[in-house]
Design a binder for this molecule. Structure first.
Ligand code: SF4
Length: 225
């Protein structure tokens, strides 16, 4: 008989708060003016030890209700997760594509799609509580891999790290009571097309995050929120 997961209800509450959130007037106006959908909660395995943190929800992916879906950053990231054994397929195309993560969770620092994919610092700060809430609702979380400088800054702030180390690819900060924070270049086409970030580089830093998370083969079922 399956063992009840006491954190499942908490993850559902966090996801509901994110979807209903209206803290950022500029983003609420923008998403509603263009019918760009609701804020997007994280997605993945409730037993995740590794948390992939992106910049902000991408507008074309927003109607899917899932982060890192239907764009080239998602193609790069999910292919890497698949190589690492964290995803059961190499592509993230739409919410019904059957993607399942094992040992991983992915989310954006800013859950609403911002104009020009450029969120403001105030919007990052307003969204930090959602990030903290998701971390706390993942009881096995050990490592956060921040994708890009913006996500790195958000992760440091969410973990109350002070002073905050500058972003560098491969940066690592251990927090006293929370997950280890690691940094990677963002898997955007701008970075991957220029080889600032290669698949081999990303596999290495993802491997470090998995090692920090003491990742083991999956034992639980996928959950999407
Ligand atoms: S960006 Fe975050 S804090 Fe701001 S309205 Fe969207 S979900 Fe709420």
């Amino acid at each position: 008989m399956p063992v009840p997961d006491p954190t499942q209800a908490e993850r559902a509450r966090v996801a509901a708060r994110i979807r209903a959130c209206r803290r950022c007037p500029r983003l609420v106006a923008w998403r509603e003016d263009g019918d760009r959908g609701l804020p997007v909660p994280g997605f993945g395995d409730p037993a995740a030890t590794v948390f992939l943190l992106g910049l902000a929800t991408a507008a074309p992916g927003n109607p899917t209700g899932r982060p890192f879906t239907a764009n080239r950053s998602a193609d790069f990231l999910v292919a890497a997760l698949h190589r690492a054994g964290l995803a059961d397929q190499p592509r993230s195309e739409h919410a019904g594509d059957g993607l399942r993560l094992s040992g991983a969770w992915m989310a954006s620092a800013v859950r609403c799609p911002p104009p020009g994919h450029r969120p403001l610092a105030a919007e990052r700060d307003a969204c930090l509580q959602h990030l903290r809430d998701e971390w706390h609702a993942l009881p096995h979380l050990r490592a956060v891999l921040a994708l890009g400088a913006f996500a790195w800054d958000a992760a440091l702030r969410a973990a109350d790290v002070d002073p905050r180390p500058r972003f560098t690819h491969g940066a690592r900060v251990a927090t006293p009571d929370g997950p280890v924070l690691l940094a990677s270049y963002h898997p955007s086409p701008q970075n991957t097309n220029t080889n600032l970030l290669t698949a081999a580089m990303f596999d290495t830093v993802l491997g470090r995050a998995c090692a920090e998370g003491r990742y083991a083969p999956p034992t639980t079922s996928e959950e999407s929120t």
